[in-house]
Design a protein around this ligand. Structure first.
Ligand SMILES: Cc1ncc(COP(=O)(O)O)c(C=O)c1O
Length: 284
């Protein structure tokens, strides 16, 4: 049984209990982070803590811990669960209060963290690529906040699954924003395009790494949203996330993307990403 962290204590997962009046449970009132851990080291911790702070600011919650406290919590939880490659999850909710839409005064936030073995990215996803469908981005106007209220994303991912696809690419006002649980990229004439960081997309930490790799390697990358009408003729499409890394989409809406196999620009990015993953640690 894995150890989890709840409100200051490390305990066995089946011992962790949260009130039914927690606003996370009743209203989805909270924010979260997912941090990949490689060889026992948290990857890009500083970036994840900054995004957590931004999400807390976005929902008007005070950060319950300092960066040093978050860091030691993360390190202890990873160590207690045996190191290696893990997916570390942090969640902060507004806490326990009588149910009301209006924020309660002076509640203590509920802080929960768990860390589970990282599911390796299936080799077939890299050999063959994944499939995606385009769907209308029906989420709210504050997609830059990593809110636990994931029902819209969940519905869109389910729609992809029911269509036999692995991911949903989201279209807002005629442009690709991101995936239902990933950032998205198009490669057109050897230039990588991805939507800019604004309220329409989650500022992915993997996306930051992709941008840094591209810059260092001299791979042309533009932060510009791609029109839905350009997707069918893109040479390559990719998605990225902390647990899936960077994956090529080789089929969109049932039609091959480019040659229908993972493209050369993705291959170069994947090689560099695999290097950075273990070398480019950032312990905060
Ligand atoms: C909607 C959405 N966009 C982008 C991402 C990628 O973010 P990160 O690279 O920080 O995992 C995620 C990750 O879960 C996501 O849910």
């Amino acid at each position: 049984m894995n150890d989890v962290f709840l409100n200051g204590d490390f305990l066995a997962a089946d011992q962790a209990k949260v009130s039914v009046f927690d606003r996370g449970f009743l209203l989805g009132d909270g924010v979260y982070e997912v941090i990949p851990v490689y060889a026992g080291h948290c990857f890009q911790l500083a970036g994840h803590f900054q995004r957590l702070q931004n999400s807390l600011d976005g929902v008007k919650m005070t950060n319950p811990y300092s960066i040093a406290q978050w860091q030691s919590l993360c390190e202890e939880l990873v160590a207690r669960n045996g190191g290696g490659d893990q997916a570390l999850y942090l969640q902060v909710t507004r806490g326990v209060a009588p149910r009301d839409h209006v924020f309660p005064d002076n509640t203590t936030p509920t802080v929960f963290a768990m860390s589970n073995p990282m599911q390796p990215v299936p080799e077939k996803y890299k050999q063959q690529g994944i499939s995606a469908i385009t769907v209308l981005d029906t989420r709210w106007q504050k997609c830059h906040i990593k809110a636990i209220t994931l029902l819209p994303n969940s519905l869109l991912k389910q729609q992809a699954k029911e269509a036999g696809a692995d991911e949903a690419l989201l279209i807002r006002d005629g442009y690709l924003t991101e995936g239902s649980a990933s950032n998205a990229y198009a490669v057109i004439d050897e230039v990588i395009y991805t939507a800019p960081k604004d309220e329409k997309v989650l500022p992915g930490i993997t996306r930051d790494v992709v941008l840094a790799i591209a810059k260092k390697a001299g791979m042309p990358l533009v932060e510009e949203a791609v029109a839905e009408s350009s997707l069918a003729s893109a040479d390559e499409l990719w998605v990225s996330s902390s647990t899936k890394e960077v994956l090529p989409i080789t089929q969109l809406n049932g039609v091959p993307v480019g040659q229908g196999v993972p493209g050369p620009v993705w291959r170069q990015m994947d090689v560099l990403y695999q290097q950075v993953k273990y070398e480019g640690r950032d312990d905060g």
